[in-house]
Ligand binder design. Structure first.
Ligand code: DTR
Ligand code: ZN
Ligand code: ZN
Ligand code: CA
Length: 447
């Protein structure tokens, strides 16, 4: 015996008696069905497809950054007026598009710097998708491939979100970092000042630093397979081969996020490393020459851009934001439990225990997990069914004469996708052979 009389509460006895009388449904709402996690959110049926990002718009931003550098001593470096002018340009576009923007100020190398953060209204504030790029350049030039390219692609993606009046499932947050060129200062400052509870809401950070290199490669960060896949799938659809980014892993603003456990991903078209013959074979361009011969130099101008690479990567940014930002976010794992004991009469009638689900949308999942905890001294006697709200029966376990082991503590996956989630679900248990018996200790449904 693995149970005692004391475990059989009065509630159990009443439930059992009613069950035997076929009246259990009338008291079902009294069952201790308890959602153990926050209630579900309304899902999107599936992720939405991103629009094409107009390359002309992205290039128009590059032209503006070039002009900003030209009007401010030739650069957009931290601590210089060209950086602040760059911030003002991006912020102005976002404010006009309906974003909630904020500047985060920090000081490094004796000068004030800023991160620009922009949030799109709507989406689940508890599940944040971030995309970002560093907005500063080195002091030797306008910093167009490094990194007006990433800054402009993220900006144009944010503006496309606004044009579409996108209703994402996740909260979309875009960031333009200061002082990356001084050692990831701005992004590190942001991460270090993000409370742990806020960090925990980040479902991903996507980084775009140098995505229009004039002799381009197509590199995808491989830090997190699920994020890597979103980008790789996009390039596969274009018929463009990709490689894993290896030119200095951790050399950009994703590193501080990765260091605290945020899933990171991103794109890169190469810096000072030379393109190999094999890479020139698959991507075109010039073997033996740097991906970006103007890296960190005065010739990093609007002439230092592959339009094809910038176009493909800008579309890939949007693809990732749409795919990840509009994916259904019904949290897997909402669990409802009934822990009231129900005696199973020996060689007797079936008994049931109910869980009433409310407040969900749509049908149950194709892998509804039915967790069963039945204490019994000869489990082969026991037949178990799941009964859906409309009465459909799913056999979980048959009797088997020779299975003399104790207890059934198991999780049975059920394809319940044809059943509306809401309503009264029942676990129906029958002991079909006299001698040993037991009781339902608890059971649960995980949606
Ligand atoms: N952090 C960049 C250049 C850079 C070098 N390796 C990588 C790898 C991935 C992204 C960027 C980079 C710069 O701003 O100079
Ligand atoms: Zn740089
Ligand atoms: Zn950079
Ligand atoms: Ca029995």
């Amino acid at each position: 015996m693995t149970f005692t009389v004391a475990r059989r509460t009065a509630v159990t006895a009443v439930t059992t008696a009613l069950a035997l009388a076929g009246l259990v449904a009338s008291v079902a709402p009294a069952a201790t069905a308890t959602p153990q996690v926050s209630p579900p959110r309304a899902p999107a049926a599936q992720a939405l497809a991103a629009p094409d990002i107009p390359i002309a718009n992205v290039k128009a931003h590059l032209t503006q950054f070039q002009a900003i550098a030209g009007a401010n001593g030739g650069n957009r470096a931290h601590g210089r007026p060209g950086y602040r002018a760059s911030i003002d340009y991006v912020k102005g576009k976002l404010d006009a598009a309906g974003y909630t923007t904020s500047l985060q100020q920090f000081t490094t190398s004796g000068a004030i710097g800023w991160n620009l953060i922009a949030e799109w209204p709507g989406g689940d504030a508890g599940q944040v998708l971030m995309a970002g790029a560093h907005l500063d350049g080195v002091s030797s030039g306008a910093g167009i491939n490094d990194n007006a390219s990433g800054s402009s692609a993220v900006l144009e993606t944010a503006l496309a979100v606004s044009r579409a009046q996108l209703r994402p499932t996740k909260k979309l947050r875009f960031a333009w970092w200061g002082a990356e060129e001084l050692g990831l200062v701005g992004s590190r400052y942001y991460v270090n000042n993000l409370p742990a509870a806020e960090r925990a809401k980040l479902t991903g950070y996507l980084n775009f630093d140098m995505i229009g290199s004039p002799n381009p490669g197509y590199f995808v960060y491989d830090d997190v397979p699920a994020l890597e896949k979103v980008f790789k799938d996009y390039f596969t659809g274009l018929g463009v081969a990709t490689e894993i980014e290896t030119e200095g892993d951790g050399r950009s603003d994703h590193a501080p996020f990765k260091a605290v456990g945020v899933p990171v991903g991103g794109l890169f078209t190469g810096a000072s490393r030379a393109k190999t013959a094999a890479q020139a074979q698959k991507w075109g361009g010039t073997a033996g020459q740097a991906f970006d011969r103007c890296y960190h130099s005065s010739c990093d101008t609007t002439a230092n851009i592959s339009d094809t690479a910038l176009d493909r990567n800008s579309d890939a940014v949007a693809h990732a934001v749409w795919t990840l930002g509009t994916a259904p976010t019904v949290p897997p794992g909402d669990t409802y439990e009934n822990a009231a004991d129900v005696a199973i009469p020996d060689g007797g009638a079936a008994v049931t225990s109910s869980i009433t689900i409310s407040g969900r949308t749509g049908n149950a999942p194709p892998t509804l997990a039915v967790g069963v905890d039945i204490k019994h001294t000869w489990r082969g006697d026991v037949v178990i069914d799941l009964v859906a709200p409309d009465g459909s029966v799913y056999r979980l376990k048959n009797s088997s004469a020779n299975d003399s082991a104790d207890n059934i503590i198991a999780t049975f996956p059920v394809d319940a996708s044809s059943e509306p989630a809401n309503g009264e679900w029942k676990l129906r248990v029958q002991d079909v052979v006299a001698q040993d018996s037991g009781f339902i200790d608890s059971w649960k449904l995980t949606f």
